[in-house]
Design a protein around this ligand. Structure first.
Ligand code: BJ8
Length: 440
């Protein structure tokens, strides 16, 4: 197993090796229980299972090999950081650990208790030195999205270099102008790290690599969600694959994901589903699921439901848009396209954010889903408040919705399962009533 083999490397980057080993052992055990026990998994999941075993081993060695070649290693907590530029510079841009409850008590020595668990978990990983990705990063790129995040950067910066990108909260022309300047600053920061200017071709190459990755994820999304009679992969496996897209080498990841999608295509053609016929098909809306936060998916899929899409940043919001390189002949045009693409991210920190609501209704209809779960992490005010407007639109369309607010603790697992169970029962009842009316 990777971590044992890479003990010296982990120690050299400042990881608390004994604590880290304990945490990894628990993580792998939990993965084994929740994932490997699922019946009829696609063969292509073998690669992702392997990646899990090397998540803080071989992958960390690869990132540190890049650093040894003076390529940038950039850690992030948000999909607003333009990874294309880092990839274009030959480096690695990845999401940092932030989905475990185990680091939260440490974080609460510096942060208030009543803020989002994602932020506390991430901060705690740095204090404990138990995330090899954080330890490997030259710097962390933060952003001014929610209040809790942007203030945490000031404290996190005491422990690790943090740079902050100013993300506007509106999308008027003057906001987009400022945003473009921020992206140019980001690019210049990457250039100062590698001590050379990036060429247009290098940046375009980075865009192509990331576009390919997003396209593979779009393909997975279509295969799991667009066929009303077949669901060829569990929602939990699909979520895990998406989570790994924030850590793996993008070229290898795209290749492996496309191989898996070939297999799923075959399953769809042959009608091979991992769920029984008439299993309620659910979309999940809301805040991101950082690994190992698999709580909701496990609750739903062990209670008789199937998750066919995550309208989330570790999900559809991340991969729905590509950067259009058509007609890009110079750097200025490229930067315009980067802003254009990133400003389509419909995070709840924006006001107004109506395109998100319209998109949710459209996605629901396209996928012929049976219901949605609006999921927010506790104390995430933007998504929590926005749920009112989303619910209003869903009600108008007659779309059944369950709202769940949760953190990373295991305390509410039973309660979530009970609520999901009742929701699924009502969906099944509605489905049967509809079919009955249809027959009549
Ligand atoms: S683009 S959702 S990744 S900011 S940290 S806002 S959950 S209170 S993560 Fe986010 Fe970028 Fe938006 Fe996506 Fe809420 Fe927690 Fe803040 Fe969060």
């Amino acid at each position: 197993m990777g971590v044992e083999k890479y003990k010296d490397l982990l120690s050299s980057i400042g990881v608390d090796v004994p604590k880290h080993a304990k945490m990894m052992a628990a993580g792998l055990e939990s993965y084994k229980k929740q994932f490997l026990s699922q019946p009829n998994r696609p063969k292509g999941m073998d690669y992702f299972d392997w990646f899990m075993s090397e998540i803080q081993g071989q992958r960390i060695a690869e990132i540190n090999e890049l650093r040894a070649q003076k390529k940038p290693a950039v850690g992030t907590f948000c999909i607003f950081v333009p990874e294309e530029i880092v990839v274009g510079a030959g480096g690695s841009c990845y999401g940092l650990c932030g989905g475990s409850p185990a680091t939260i008590p440490d974080a609460e020595s510096e942060l208030p208790r009543n803020i989002c668990p994602l932020i506390k978990s991430a901060h705690g990983f740095k204090l404990q030195r138990t995330c090899a990705y954080t330890q490997s990063s030259d710097f962390i790129y933060g952003e001014t999205t929610c209040e809790a995040k942007k203030k945490t950067w000031e404290i996190l910066n005491k422990h690790h270099p943090v740079h902050v990108m100013n993300i506007p909260h509106m999308k008027r022309d003057k906001d987009l102008k400022m945003w473009k300047e921020e992206i140019i600053d980001f690019k210049e920061h990457i250039e100062s790290t590698i001590e050379k200017k990036l060429t247009l071709n290098e940046m375009k190459n980075g865009v192509k690599i990331v576009n390919d990755k997003r396209e593979a994820l779009q393909r997975l999304d279509r295969l799991r969600g667009m066929n009303p009679n077949v669901i060829p992969i569990s929602g939990k496996d699909a979520l895990f694959i998406t989570q790994m897209g924030f850590l793996d080498d993008p070229v290898r990841y795209t290749q492996k994901l496309n191989e898996l999608c070939d297999e799923l295509e075959e399953r769809v053609e042959k009608g091979i589903s991992v769920f029984e016929k008439d299993t309620p098909r659910l979309m999940v809306l809301g805040t991101p699921f950082a690994p190992p936060n698999w709580k909701l998916h496990t609750a739903v899929e062990t209670t008789g439901g199937a998750i066919i899409n995550e309208e989330s940043c570790i999900g559809h919001r991340y991969y729905k848009d590509n950067i259009d390189l058509e007609g890009v002949e110079d750097e200025d045009a490229l930067m315009d396209k980067v802003v254009q693409r990133y400003s389509q991210v419909d995070c709840a920190v924006f006001t107004p954010n109506t395109p998100r609501i319209d998109k949710i209704v459209k996605m629901y209809k396209e996928r012929q889903a049976d219901g949605v779960i609006y999921y927010t992490l506790s104390f995430c005010h933007t998504y929590n408040v926005e749920s009112h407007l989303v619910m209003e639109a869903l009600e108008k369309e007659g779309i059944p919705c369950l709202v769940i607010e949760s953190d990373y603790s295991a305390e509410d697992v039973g309660q979530i399962k009970t609520r999901v169970e009742a929701f699924l029962e009502s969906l099944t009842f509605k489905k049967k009533a509809k079919a009955f009316k249809g027959i009549k």
